[in-house]
Design a protein around this ligand. Structure first.
Ligand SMILES: NC(=O)c1ccc[n+]([C@@H]2O[C@H](COP(=O)([O-])OP(=O)(O)OC[C@H]3O[C@@H](n4cnc5c(N)ncnc54)[C@H](OP(=O)(O)O)[C@@H]3O)[C@@H](O)[C@H]2O)c1
Length: 340
């Protein structure tokens, strides 16, 4: 099959309506190369993905490739489709939470991506803790801090100003927990419309998803395939892989597709927006097609729901702020924010 035959009419890709009334495509292309795929390859995938029907790209300053993606976006506007058809997300990195840094950081992403506005700007992590790209999981910053709500609200105040300035259409959060979102929703003037979070069949977070739907916050699932290409340093012996799950594999066999496509169908049918990463044209075409064609039956959905392993893969160890802590402390697992 040629590349052109794989294209899908972008208007057939479902969109989710957000609390603002805006519509976000249910699938976007992730752009984090996990330190082993070059920015040039990713920018080429962005351009080709737009050609075959993608209308959403999940970017971030820390991915180090926004300028290259910006060049690809320029080509898209010139040759394929207008800016207004697309949903572009970027994220504020952890060392830019200071009030003086938020607006300049967003403006830098806009300059790099060569955009006048972002559709969505996220606070990437709720911790203002810098770590160098590619560092080891045991690496700790001496300046690492816990979550301090008053400080987070100062950052959020600047995120709100970005909306007022017209530089971003929506703001949101990433890697949050229910207790932290409760405080944010209590104190925010501009509410988050989306929360980006790890979600796949082996880490379903059903309570968190239900909370987000109740609060009209759209969940965006990262690592929707269980991030099979993540670096060795981000793997532990306890990790499991949804792509190797016998239930997912059996359903994939029945549908005669790769297990990746089953993970994406399941996620979108439960109400998520998904942002799978790929630089392989066959794979990113299949991922787009997966959310348009041949949905899972209720019985298949039920079987996948029962396959949850509660297995978090992106644990965030590098953000810990004290000695002898465990990554579990980052995720407020007992229902309250972990004390400083
Ligand atoms: N907010 C956050 O803190 C955060 C954290 C992590 C990730 N993210 C975002 O989420 C995106 C996705 O996460 P991720 O890249 O870690 O994990 P992922 O999307 O679960 O997995 C990507 C991997 O799956 C492979 N793949 C993709 N489609 C496939 C298919 N149809 N069949 C077989 N293999 C397939 C890709 O390889 P090929 O390239 O060979 O296809 C790549 O190695 C990132 O790129 C980033 O934009 C956000």
């Amino acid at each position: 099959m040629t590349q052109l035959q794989q294209a899908i009419d972008s208007t057939l890709v479902p969109r989710r309506e957000l609390a603002s009334g805006a519509q976000i495509p249910v699938v976007g292309l992730g752009t984090f190369g996990s330190d082993h795929v070059s920015g040039t390859q990713i920018a080429a995938a962005v351009l080709d993905a737009a050609r075959i029907g993608y209308r959403q790209f999940d970017c971030a300053a820390v991915y180090g490739n926004e300028a290259l993606i910006g060049d690809a976006l320029q080509s898209i506007w010139k040759t394929l489709a207008s800016r207004e058809e697309f949903w572009i997300t970027s994220k504020l990195w952890n060392d830019k939470h200071a009030v003086k840094d938020v607006i300049p950081s967003c403006k830098q992403s806009l300059r790099d991506l060569k955009l006048e506005y972002l559709d969505l700007y996220l606070v990437h992590w709720p911790f203002p803790n810098f770590h160098p790209p590619g560092c080891d999981v045991d690496s700790r910053s001496p300046d690492a801090r816990p979550y301090i709500h008053a400080e987070f609200m100062e950052t959020w105040g600047e995120m709100e100003r970005l909306v007022e300035l017209g530089l971003v259409r929506h703001i949101g959060t990433s890697n949050m927990t229910i207790p932290k979102l409760e405080l944010l929703l209590r104190d925010a003037h501009v509410r988050p419309v989306c929360n980006e979070m790890e979600l796949h069949p082996h880490f379903q977070q059903p309570e968190f998803i239900a909370y987000l739907f109740e609060k009209q916050i759209q969940p965006i699932g990262f690592c929707p395939l269980g991030s099979p290409g993540r670096p060795e340093r981000d793997r532990t012996p306890e990790d499991t892989s949804p792509l190797e799950d016998p239930v997912i594999r059996a359903i994939a066999d029945q549908h005669q597709v790769h297990p990746a496509e089953i993970c994406l169908k399941w996620a979108v049918q439960r109400g998520e927006v998904v942002i799978p990463f790929s630089v392989n044209p066959r794979n990113y075409a299949a991922n787009l097609r997966a959310v348009v064609e041949n949905p899972l039956t209720q019985e298949e959905m039920r079987r996948i729901t029962a396959a949850d392993r509660r297995c978090r893969l992106i644990k965030g160890d590098v953000f810990l702020w004290k000695k002898n802590q465990s990554w579990h402390d980052l995720w407020d697992e007992n229902g309250a924010i972990t004390p400083p």
